[in-house]
Design a protein around this ligand. Structure first.
Ligand code: PBG
Length: 324
């Protein structure tokens, strides 16, 4: 018997063989497509820093949602760009706001599609922070009430899942109570549990017009070096009633996706955020990388790390490729 005894290459010799031993598979079932809903009718406004992504009016979002579902993607997540902003972000709980109308329109036209809504104040406040201000900082406990109102308004419009992304302490519990007290015990919560104060959200803030007018989000979003704290955040959200927990961003935090899945064995979502999308798109458009292969490799890695669901701006086009 010659050296070496073990030859892992034996199982890599053909695509058929590789298919037999492949450990992770990306399916369109794993994907969630984000949409940015803006005022107006027949409006599609491309987002400069996210080629291929646009703000769309309710009618256009509903049409796009139909295509997303037809491609095999089970869910969308909606972000709103309101007509007007104020200090409290009161458009967030306007029952005829952009997101609320989009939910109703999608539910009517694409009943099978799961509708998730982002619950946060930053798109609705004139100062761009994720809650009500007290001085120059976000007032945690005063914000809980506003988030609960927003979540409730989404639930009334027909949302299946609400996804709080503000990072206030206690918000999952506050939203759960509000939903339960108002007859929405069946509406699920996908908590942005380990959400970091990341530079990768830059393009999103163009898309959602939600950049803070002063300061940054470091007093509420997590400090990127902290891994154990992410586990504690997830534990708190689960105690407060989260059904799905999220790690965000995805790629620089794959270790946390892995740890969260191992530790809690609950449904885990990962957000492949705007900056991650923009980097791949930009390099792809320049011909510097093979974009399609890079996208599949990246999304498959997020699955391999342990994510059950991936929120990604690539969702619909990847689903089309996967499903032929
Ligand atoms: C709202 C929110 C943000 C994202 C999702 N929900 C932006 C932020 O926290 O500043 C980022 C998504 C992305 O970058 O793709 N708070």
């Amino acid at each position: 018997m010659g050296f070496p005894i073990s030859r892992p290459r034996r199982l890599r010799r053909s695509e058929t063989m590789r298919r037999m031993v492949r450990e992770t598979r990306l399916s369109s079932d794993n994907l969630i497509q984000p949409f940015f809903v803006c005022p107006g009718k027949d409006v599609t406004r491309p987002v400069a820093s996210m080629p291929g992504v646009a703000q769309m009016s309710v009618d256009r979002v509903a049409a796009a949602a139909r295509e997303t579902y037809a491609a095999g993607v089970p869910a969308v997540i909606l972000f709103g760009i309101p007509e007007r902003k104020d200090a409290q972000g009161s458009e967030a709980w306007n029952d005829s706001g952009e997101v609320q109308r989009a939910i109703r329109e999608i539910k009517e036209r694409v009943p099978g599609l799961v509708v998730v809504t982002d619950v946060c104040m930053c798109e609705y406040t004139d100062h761009g922070h994720c809650g009500a201000l007290k001085g120059n900082d976000v007032d945690n406990d005063a914000t809980l009430e506003l988030l609960a109102r927003e979540a409730l308004s989404h639930a009334r419009a027909g949302a299946d899942i609400v996804a709080p992304s503000d990072m206030m302490d206690g918000r999952v519990g506050a939203i759960r109570d509000a939903l339960d007290e108002n007859g929405f015990a069946d509406v699920a919560i996908m908590a942005y549990s380990a959400k970091f104060a990341s530079a990768f959200y830059g393009p999103f803030r163009d898309a959602a017009e939600s950049a803070p007018k002063f300061g940054d989000r470091r007093s509420y979003q997590m400090d990127p070096p902290n891994g154990d704290e992410a586990i504690r955040e997830v534990a708190l959200d689960l105690e407060e009633g989260a059904d799905i927990v999220m790690v965000k961003p995805a790629l620089a935090y794959l270790d946390l996706i892995y740890r969260v899945k191992r530790e809690f064995m609950v449904p885990v979502a990962a957000y492949n955020v705007s900056g991650e999308y923009a980097m791949i798109r930009a390099a792809g458009l320049n011909g510097w990388i093979e974009e399609e292969r890079v996208v599949m490799e990246v999304l498959t890695s997020i699955r391999r790390a342990g994510a059950d669901m991936i929120l990604t701006y690539f969702a619909t086009e990847v689903a089309r490729r996967l499903n032929g």
